[in-house]
Design a protein. Structure first.
Length: 186
């Protein structure tokens, strides 16, 4: 099982997400990554521990008030930088982290390949994201509706966070049979 964190608010998001990932790290994950939005999207992924990711990012751009992060146990694809989350959609508009197993990912992937989608990773998570992107782009749907329709085709379990770079003021979360906690500060 993977660990995911996301933050949207008035504080700098990167330090909050990184600290959350460090608290999950005791579980023995093999890769990690973050996505930060602030006018543009910055995605950083690295095989290894959260500290390896922090070293890799160094002084690169990480300011922003919305971010997501992920720590991964390899289930689909080997532990490497490419298979680490977050994943980007075909047009790099959507970015997602996912925890769970998509049991029918081969079936979904076959359909997407017939629609000229390509894949960078070997993960079921990227297949899920591209499936949502297919709905969004094929039917001109909002992100929320594309997620709803896309997840209707999925067999398996998931907790996920997804962002749209063209709507940077919100994140969309969904879950089925996998824990998901949401906290709010006022």
């Amino acid at each position: 099982m993977c660990g995911i964190m996301a933050y949207i608010g008035k504080e700098q998001a990167y330090p909050i997400v990184i600290e959350g990932l460090k608290k999950l790290e005791y579980r023995g994950y093999d890769s990690t990554g973050v996505a930060v939005m602030n006018g543009s999207l910055s995605v950083y992924k690295k095989k290894g521990k959260v500290s390896d990711l922090e070293t890799f990012i160094g002084i690169q751009k990480k300011n922003g008030y919305i971010a997501m992060g992920h720590t991964r146990w390899a289930t689909h694809g080997v532990a490497n930088d490419v298979n680490a989350h977050p994943h980007l959609s075909k047009d790099h508009r959507l970015v997602m982290v996912h925890n769970g197993i998509i049991e029918n990912y081969n079936e979904l992937k076959s359909h997407l390949l017939s629609q000229d989608f390509t894949f960078e990773s070997d993960t079921d998570s990227e297949v899920l994201l591209q499936h949502i992107e297919w709905y969004r782009s094929s039917f001109s749907l909002s992100l929320i509706e594309a997620v709803r329709r896309g997840l209707g085709d999925v067999r398996g379990s998931y907790a996920m966070v997804i962002m749209d770079t063209l709507d940077p003021e919100k994140i969309v979360v969904a879950k089925k049979d996998t824990p998901l906690a949401i906290g709010m500060c006022t």
